[in-house]
Ligand binder design. Structure first.
Ligand code: FES
Length: 167
């Protein structure tokens, strides 16, 4: 059957009947998580409790679904999210040194956020730029070939942005 011949309304109708109420709620959950995270930057517990009441779904189940997806977070995130790639190529070319330097410079460990909510530091698997290893991303921007000199300018860049926010 060609795509043009598909009767979308009929298919949705059939799918709607096949799905249980539970399945429909789970479908709504992901969309709700996305919207909540868009607004708060993470999934606050009190908002998830409200969602749990609205959907008549146990809070534990809501957490279970949300924690399955790496994209959802349960604590506030920094304005800037720095991810150090620890894939094989980056590991071999000094990712650990990059991570250690950032940890000691900003006084946080991997997975943590600074108290002023300026920076969240994470690690990530290969980001597909192995030729530029070692690589880190700052929000959506990829920064590669992080040698000693570039690391210093990366740290300076993060701090400069922090200062701009405070003035
Ligand atoms: S291993 Fe780091 S970009 Fe591929």
């Amino acid at each position: 059957m060609k795509v043009e011949e598909l009767n979308v309304d009929e298919i949705i109708g059939r799918v709607g009947k096949i799905l249980s109420e539970e399945d429909k709620k789970k479908g709504i959950l992901i969309y709700s998580f996305q919207k909540i995270q868009e607004e708060f930057g993470y999934l606050p517990e009190d908002v998830l409790k409200t969602l749990s009441q609205k959907l008549s779904m146990p809070l534990a189940e809501i957490y279970s679904v949300a924690s399955f997806y790496k994209q959802f977070h349960f604590s506030p995130r920094g304005r800037k999210v720095v991810r150090v790639c620890t894939g094989t190529a980056c590991h071999v070319r000094g990712a650990k040194d990059v991570l250690n330097s950032l940890e000691s410079e900003f006084g946080i460990k991997e997975g943590e956020t600074t108290e002023d909510l300026e920076l969240t530091l994470e690690t990530v698997g290969c980001v597909g730029c192995c030729g530029l290893a070692p690589v880190a991303t700052v929000n959506e921007e990829v920064i590669g070939d992080i040698g000693r000199k570039k690391l210093k300018s990366l740290i300076k860049l993060i701090k400069e942005d922090q200062n701009e926010q405070q003035t």
